[in-house]
Design a protein. Structure first.
Length: 215
């Protein structure tokens, strides 16, 4: 088998591995959001217990990327593809960590009524999920326009976060005993804002992979 053919197959394996890790992370995030909105402690615990699988997958792909660089000494687009995959799995791993963080809050708020009064946190959750899903699709499909649209869409998550902070200020004013839940909820919202940032990072690495341009 020709060396180039072998390398092409190795790149396909790498792309499939990154996509597979993306699916694991997206599932974890979807389940964390469901646990939060449905007050499902068992589902939250499942997400927390599954984070090690995501971490192991990141390490596996990282080793594969390094092996390809050493063995194949790629240049131009091939090198950009491997470097992009290497960077993307870092952001995916962080999103997985935040899914675990959100699950911890899902347990905390399982019997807390305040979460039900906040309209914008669920909206942030859905917007963040959308960004993660589309960023993974952009990598798999090598879709430049989709990647660029995700970068722009991040403003929506940021604006929702600002609205949540204002909403929580008003909640805190209602009664002194609601101060602590307000602090916890702002941290919860911050995790969704960070997830949006990581999805944006993934999209930016897709742009780099396809064009060689990066902020």
């Amino acid at each position: 088998m020709k060396t180039r053919t072998v390398f092409d197959e190795q790149l396909l394996v790498l792309g499939g591995a990154v996509a597979g890790m993306g699916d694991l992370v997206l599932q974890a995030l979807e389940e964390a959001v469901a646990a939060l909105t449905q007050h499902d402690v068992a589902l939250a615990q499942k997400v927390m217990q599954g984070d090690d699988v995501i971490d192991d997958k990141e390490e596996e792909i990282e080793r594969y990327c390094l092996r390809l660089i050493v063995q194949q000494q790629p240049v131009a687009h091939d090198l950009r593809y491997i470097l992009s995959a290497f960077k993307i799995i870092k952001d995916l791993e962080r999103i997985g960590d935040h899914a675990e963080d959100i699950s911890e809050y899902a347990v905390l708020f399982a019997e807390n009524p305040y979460i039900n009064r906040l309209e914008r946190i669920p909206k942030m959750a859905q917007a963040a999920l959308k960004m993660v899903s589309r960023s993974i699709d952009a990598f798999v499909r090598k879709d430049l326009e989709l990647a660029r649209s995700i970068i722009v869409y991040d403003d929506k998550v940021d604006n929702l976060f600002l609205s949540v902070k204002q909403e929580l200020k008003e909640l805190k004013k209602e009664s002194a005993d609601k101060g602590n839940p307000a602090v916890d909820l702002i941290m919860l919202a911050k995790y969704f804002e960070r997830i949006g940032d990581h999805a944006t990072n993934i999209a930016e690495w897709v742009v780099f992979c396809l064009t060689g341009e990066h902020k």
